[in-house]
Design a protein. Structure first.
Length: 210
């Protein structure tokens, strides 16, 4: 059976979707974002398809497409629906590895009774935690790691995104007892070519498959 990896973040807006695009390309993986909140402009799946140079059939369709860019529970409420967590089952398609992208942080609510971490716990799929290198990353990262471990969710490691910050990165890995997978710098310009080059320089494929 092909390998499945969940990509989660310590917060929103840290570059998790760009990381997912690079990872899907590196692993030759399919990509799936179960819940998309915000449909104006390029969606996360479309961004991953473009930056990761993925064929359209490697993008699995979202289960929920919500109009408003907000927390999924609130975006769904605006659309007049309720996200049924029991429908968030892992896809059966297993011809390739699968990168699954969450939404924002690990404790993002899907409805007023269930959080995304509840789904991760049910899936029992290994997690890569994406963390910013900016101020506050130690606190956010350690809280996220503790939350995942309390649910006995396996953590493959932590991937930092942003400018180099050796002190913070080292503190998170040492205090959080987590493997450092690498750091993806901010890319300008951000293109499929620059992302693929940065991934090859910053990450080892085998670290995500062992």
């Amino acid at each position: 059976m092909s390998r499945q990896i969940v990509v989660v973040g310590t917060d929103t807006g840290i570059g998790k979707t760009v990381f997912s695009a690079g990872l899907a390309n590196l692993l030759g993986a399919n990509y799936w974002k179960p819940v998309q909140a915000g449909l104006e402009g390029e969606t996360d799946a479309q961004l991953v398809e473009r930056l990761g140079c993925l064929d359209a059939d490697r993008i699995l369709p979202e289960l929920y497409r919500l109009r408003t860019p907000a927390s999924p529970h609130h975006s769904a409420e605006i659309d007049g629906i309720r996200i049924d967590v029991d429908l968030l089952k892992l896809p059966e398609k297993n011809d390739r590895p699968l990168v699954i992208e969450g939404a924002g942080g690990v404790m993002v609510p899907l409805n007023y009774g269930r959080l995304y971490i509840d789904v991760f716990e049910q899936w029992q799929v290994p997690v890569v935690l994406c963390a910013s290198t900016r101020l506050g990353t130690i606190n956010h990262s350690l809280l996220s790691l503790e939350a995942l471990r309390r649910r006995q969710i396996r953590i493959l490691g932590i991937a930092f995104i942003g400018e180099k910050n050796p002190e913070s990165e080292s503190a998170v890995c040492e205090m959080g007892r987590v493997r450092w997978l690498g750091r993806l710098p901010w890319l300008s310009p951000l293109t499929s070519e620059s992302l693929q080059l940065a991934f090859k320089e910053s990450f080892l494929r085998d670290d995500f498959l062992t």
